[in-house]
Write a protein of this length. Structure first.
Length: 152
């Protein structure tokens, strides 16, 4: 987190959305900063009250029978994702991401070049077949015939 993580009520609301209405479950650094925000901001206190109401209502209303194995798997995955989010990106992982991005850009560049080339070829064929001039109507059949005679 930056040196001033909760500069606005929106920042605090984002943390509420991410970590929930129980500040005790927040990461320690954020919990202290959240409490400081609550001391100085009426908006933050209002947001916390609203988040607690939503949590309570959802807890009361959603009495869905759950499979404990599913719940445990979800919580375990969330824990893994939280740990991964806090872990700095290794140079190897960063390079993998760069390579993947380059591959995607290369594929898109090739596709764009093919489309442009096809357009140039079609335009050339149309102009050589007399398309676009007054009194002439060029069809795809005309273009195909011309291309066949030209390239075969």
């Amino acid at each position: 987190m930056s040196s001033k993580p909760f500069q606005t009520s929106r920042d605090f609301a984002d943390a509420l959305d991410r970590f929930g209405a129980d500040l005790q479950s927040w990461p320690e650094e954020l919990r202290h900063e959240g409490n400081a925000m609550l001391e100085r901001s009426d908006d933050a206190r209002k947001l916390l009250r609203e988040a607690r109401i939503v949590h309570r209502v959802l807890s009361e209303r959603l009495s869905v029978a759950t499979d404990s194995h599913l719940v445990n798997a979800i919580l375990e995955r969330k824990s893994e994702l939280d740990k991964a989010a806090r872990k700095p990106l290794s140079a190897e992982d960063a390079m993998k991401g760069v390579a993947a991005a380059r591959g995607t850009l290369l594929k898109r560049g090739i596709a764009a070049a093919v489309l442009v080339g096809s357009g140039v070829l079609a335009g050339s064929l149309l102009s050589q077949a007399g398309g676009g001039t007054a009194g002439h109507s060029t069809t795809l059949t005309d273009i195909a015939s011309y291309a066949e005679s030209f390239y075969l």
